[in-house]
Design a binder for this molecule. Structure first.
Ligand SMILES: CC(C)(COP(=O)(O)OP(=O)(O)OC[C@H]1O[C@@H](n2cnc3c(N)ncnc32)[C@H](O)[C@@H]1OP(=O)(O)O)[C@@H](O)C(=O)NCCC(=O)NCCS
Length: 183
C-alpha cells in the first residue's frame, strides 16, 4: 500500500537554492524526455543551468514574487516560482511548477498553485500565465483541467535548443484557486 506524502508548503529561502535546482532538473529529465535532446537533459549543462537559475532567482526575488516549496521529511517534493510584472500584458508569470516525478498525480502541484494563486489575489493581481512546452501533454492536461486558456504559440529556447511553446492564461484568479482546491 502506498501512503500519501506528508509535507508542508512554505516560502523557499536562499538556503534551498541548490536543493530546488536538483529537484527542478530531476523533473526536467522526466517531463522533457523526448522533447529536448537526451544529451542535454542527462549532461551537466542542464544541472548547471538549474543551479545558476535558482541562485539568480534568489538574487532577484522581490516582495511581490512567490518562491514556494512543498517540503517533506525526506526533502523537497515540489516547487513553484511566480514573478510579478515580468510578462507584458499579465500581472504575474508562473515560471516553474514542478513535482518530484514519482509523486506526480497526488495533488502536490495543485496545492502549490492554489496557495500561490491565493497570494497573487492577496497582492491585488488579476491575471497570470505560463509557457507550456510543445509535447508536455501531461502538463497540458493538468492546466486544461484547472481552466487554463491556451493562447499564443511561439518558438522559445531551453539550454540553447529551440522549442515551441504555448501560452496558457488565467484571467480569473479566484476561479483558478477554486479549481486547484477542487481538483
Ligand atoms: C504538472 C504538475 C506540476 C502537476 O502536479 P501534480 O501534483 O502531478 O498534479 P495533480 O496531482 O493535481 O494531478 C494532475 C494530473 O497528473 C496526472 N497524473 C496522475 N497520476 C500521474 C502519474 N503517476 N504520473 C504522471 N502524471 C500523473 C493526471 O493527468 C492528473 O490529472 P487527472 O487527475 O485529471 O488524471 C506535475 O505533474 C509535474 O511536475 N509535471 C512535470 C513538470 C511539468 O510539466 N511542469 C509544468 C511545466 S509548465
Amino acid at each position: 500500500m502506498t501512503t500519501a506524502p506528508v509535507y508542508v508548503l512554505r516560502d523557499a529561502t536562499p538556503a534551498d537554492a541548490l536543493a530546488i535546482a536538483a529537484l527542478h532538473v530531476a523533473s526536467w529529465r522526466v517531463a522533457y524526455r523526448g522533447i529536448l535532446p537526451d544529451d542535454y537533459l542527462d549532461g551537466s549543462a542542464a544541472a548547471a543551468e538549474a543551479d545558476a537559475r535558482w541562485v539568480e532567482n534568489f538574487r532577484t526575488v522581490g516582495r511581490d514574487d512567490i518562491l514556494m516549496v512543498a517540503d517533506g521529511d525526506a526533502g523537497l517534493l515540489g516547487l513553484i516560482a511566480v514573478w510579478a510584472g515580468r510578462e507584458a500584458g499579465f500581472d504575474t508569470y508562473i515560471d516553474n511548477l514542478h513535482v518530484r516525478p514519482h509523486l506526480r498525480g497526488q495533488r502536490i502541484g495543485a496545492r502549490l498553485l492554489g496557495e500561490a494563486t491565493r497570494r497573487m489575489i492577496a497582492a491585488g493581481h488579476r491575471t497570470t500565465c505560463l509557457w507550456l512546452l510543445d509535447g508536455n501533454d501531461q502538463g497540458g492536461h493538468f492546466y486544461r483541467r484547472i481552466g487554463g486558456s491556451f493562447e499564443d504559440h511561439q518558438t522559445g529556447e531551453m539550454g540553447g535548443h529551440p522549442i515551441g511553446e504555448t501560452r496558457v492564461v488565467w484571467r480569473d484568479l479566484p476561479g483558478l484557486a477554486k479549481a486547484c482546491d477542487d481538483s
